[in-house]
Design a protein around this ligand. Structure first.
Ligand SMILES: NC(=O)c1ccc[n+]([C@@H]2O[C@H](COP(=O)([O-])OP(=O)(O)OC[C@H]3O[C@@H](n4cnc5c(N)ncnc54)[C@H](OP(=O)(O)O)[C@@H]3O)[C@@H](O)[C@H]2O)c1
Length: 257
């Protein structure tokens, strides 16, 4: 087994990880599986899902994959029915699905379509995912959710305008739900990474560009999916039992709030 921290209270719990078909979400799913969690991954691409599901099955049993678009309320509801039928309940919701859907551009060149697509795929998808599964997190008695923002949602940046605004919306959504759901013992926290090297980001970043971006971080390296998985595991565990409404900057020191 790789060198992964174990939080004993996670064993036997159930988790849904949207965005689990690749990159950060896939690595996070494996870390939860190593912790004895029964993991369901969700994404749109069946081939990617199958690939990650096989890596989870190699760790332990009881995992599943669901193909769905998180910007569709109907698809989320159908997925919920299937998940609850199979597992009986949900303790942990990791809402990581999202990402950039357009290129950076000055506002005059941002099309309405690009703008709406960035918001749909990030803040609306996160809202719909939470709305669908919050009743199950309340029912759990120790439910917890972790959402996915970005440094692009923390301060102005060179990222696409709609993407940054959508990620900023996810931070406020997280804080609002932390306040509203606290009395139901549901904790809601947010992860906000800077540049993380995944297969997808590696394609866009030749090595000299990687080094230049790494050098903008005080720790002088890019993030890894493991950096994010470690923080997510902690937030989902009872070690973070009095932590809600927080946004963790997994950012190599690039952002200090
Ligand atoms: N990598 C970074 O540097 C970085 C930095 C800050 C924040 N983030 C955020 O971290 C999250 C994961 O990104 P990543 O870098 O790991 O990228 P990735 O490898 O492209 O993963 C994105 C994941 O989200 C899923 N997804 C996207 N839109 C979806 C939708 N509408 N419905 C269902 N699933 C959807 C994708 O599934 P399918 O491909 O199967 O559809 C995939 O599993 C994203 O929210 C991203 O904005 C990444």
């Amino acid at each position: 087994m790789p060198d992964i921290p174990i939080f004993p209270d996670l064993a036997g719990k159930t988790a849904l990880i949207t965005g689990g078909s690749g990159g950060i979400g896939a690595e996070t799913a494996r870390w939860f599986a190593y912790n004895g969690v029964r993991v369901t991954i969700a994404g749109r691409d069946q081939t990617r899902l199958d690939h990650v599901a096989a890596s989870l099955d190699a760790i332990s049993s009881g995992h599943a994959a669901i193909a769905l678009d998180c910007s569709s309320a109907d698809q989320l509801e159908a997925a919920r029915t299937a998940l609850i039928e199979r597992l009986g309940g949900l303790d942990i919701l990791i809402a990581f699905a999202g990402g950039g859907t357009s290129r950076p551009a000055p506002i005059e060149q941002v099309t309405e379509r690009d703008w709406r697509s960035s918001l749909d795929n990030n803040v609306t998808a996160t809202f719909l995912t939470l709305r669908t599964f919050v009743p199950d997190l309340k029912e759990s008695g120790h439910g917890t959710a972790v959402t996915m923002a970005s440094t692009a949602g923390r301060a102005p940046s060179s990222a696409p305008l709609g993407y940054g605004v959508a990620k900023a919306g996810i931070i406020l959504l997280t804080q609002q739900l932390a306040q509203d759901l606290g009395p139901d013992s549901v904790r809601v926290n947010c992860i906000s990474p800077s540049a993380v090297l995944t297969d997808r980001t590696a394609e866009r970043m030749p090595p000299p560009v990687r080094q230049a971006i790494a050098d903008t971080h005080p720790l002088r390296r890019l993030g890894t999916p493991a950096d994010v998985a470690a923080a997510t595991l902690f937030l989902a565990s009872e070690s973070a039992g009095w932590l809600t409404g927080a946004t963790l900057d997994i950012a190599g020191g690039r952002l200090m709030h």
